[in-house]
Design a protein around this ligand. Structure first.
Ligand SMILES: [Zn+2]
Length: 356
């Protein structure tokens, strides 16, 4: 069985594999295809690894023919698959472009005076489930336009790495053997049992750590390499912080829009995940040999938070810091309890990849 066929079968009920044809505007086709090529390249490069649990293996990645905002990791007919809904990519694009098109956002980057606030754009962002029939607003200043493009890329890469995390950390075989579940939907349509919800929330944070560390490595390389010289002029730490904040706030807006009760859903609330991300980024960068300045990180996050508030963008009920810390420690404890079982799966998976 080919991975492509497995993908088509696995995602048939969501619309199957997406054909990137003339029904898309040429720039959208180009953008979606470009991302796919880059991410497939990352998978190929990370195929094997000495460290258990971390090899990417033979993951097959493609788009699902579905306009919704979702991403799914699954093992189907023996193949590890990631299906990304193009709606997620288009929404992430929309938010980052609008952000950098606001003259008050990062006024020190490029010529911010060239930007113009567009109430129509903001109106669209407030209703993320509406069909995307208008092309996004792009910044006028060329440098800001390029930066918006890079941040969009980083946001999409974070989503991609999050799904890789579910597969590399062996969340799928674990869920299959524990609950008989074979698909890991980011926004599942069916209600789950309380026990399953608790475990799923724990796994989410695990996949987030993989997403954050990988996105940080990718971003650091992009910012220091020769290819993207425009990135030499920005503060990489605050921009990375801004991207993470935007990523989780978009997820939060989608949860709000889909009426997902973040207290009962399978995922910890996106705002709690952001809190967790900042914690991880501030303290636990040893595995990738980086340390981040927390003040700069905070500056980037605040830039997004202020823009979000100012424009009254959708958000679920905010929780207190104490509640966040409490939830965080509950899931850390839960994770410790299932850690050994996950590692067993990870060692098996790594052996299979390295001997295959
Ligand atoms: Zn997830």
């Amino acid at each position: 069985m080919k991975s492509k066929t497995a993908f088509r079968n696995a995602f048939a009920r969501y619309g199957g594999a997406l054909a990137l044809d003339q029904s898309f505007h040429s720039s959208v086709q180009f953008g979606l295809r470009g991302l796919l090529t880059i991410f497939r390249g990352y998978i190929k490069k990370g195929h094997r690894s000495e460290r258990p649990g971390l090899p990417y293996g033979n993951i097959y990645l493609d788009y699902v023919d579905n306009a919704g905002f979702n991403a799914i990791a699954t093992i189907y007919q023996g193949k590890e698959l990631i299906g990304i809904f193009p709606g997620a990519i288009l929404q992430i694009t929309r938010f980052f472009q609008a952000f950098m098109s606001d003259p008050t956002v990062f006024p020190g980057i490029g010529n911010a005076k060239m930007e113009k606030f567009d109430p129509k754009t903001i109106d669209e962002l407030r209703q993320p489930s509406l069909p995307l029939n208008r092309s996004p607003q792009y910044p006028n200043d060329p440098l800001r336009q390029t930066i918006a493009k890079r941040l969009t890329f980083l946001g999409c890469a974070t989503l991609f790495y999050h799904e890789v995390g579910h597969l590399a950390l062996c969340h799928l075989p674990f869920l299959r053997d524990t609950f008989g579940i074979s698909m890991y939907e980011e926004f599942p349509a069916v209600a789950l049992s309380k026990k399953e919800t608790g475990i799923r929330r724990t796994l989410e944070l695990g996949a987030d750590v993989v997403a954050l560390q990988n996105s940080l490595v990718t971003w650091t390389k992009m910012c220091s390499g020769k290819k993207f010289s425009e990135l030499h002029s920005i503060d990489l730490v605050s921009m990375w912080g801004a991207t993470m904040a935007m990523f989780f706030k978009i997820m939060d807006a989608i949860a709000k829009d889909q009426n997902i009760d973040t207290k009962l859903s399978t995922h910890p609330s996106p705002l709690n995940r952001l809190f967790h991300a900042i914690f991880i980024a501030g303290y636990e960068q040893k595995p990738i040999g980086l340390s981040l300045d927390r003040q700069r990180l905070k500056a980037g996050i605040l830039e997004v938070a202020r823009w979000w508030r100012r424009n009254k963008l959708p958000t679920t009920n905010d929780e207190s810091r104490r509640e966040r810390v409490r939830e965080f420690s509950i899931y850390r404890n839960k994770h410790n309890r299932i850690y050994d079982r996950l590692v067993e799966y990870q060692i098996q998976r790594a052996q299979a990849i390295n001997s295959g």
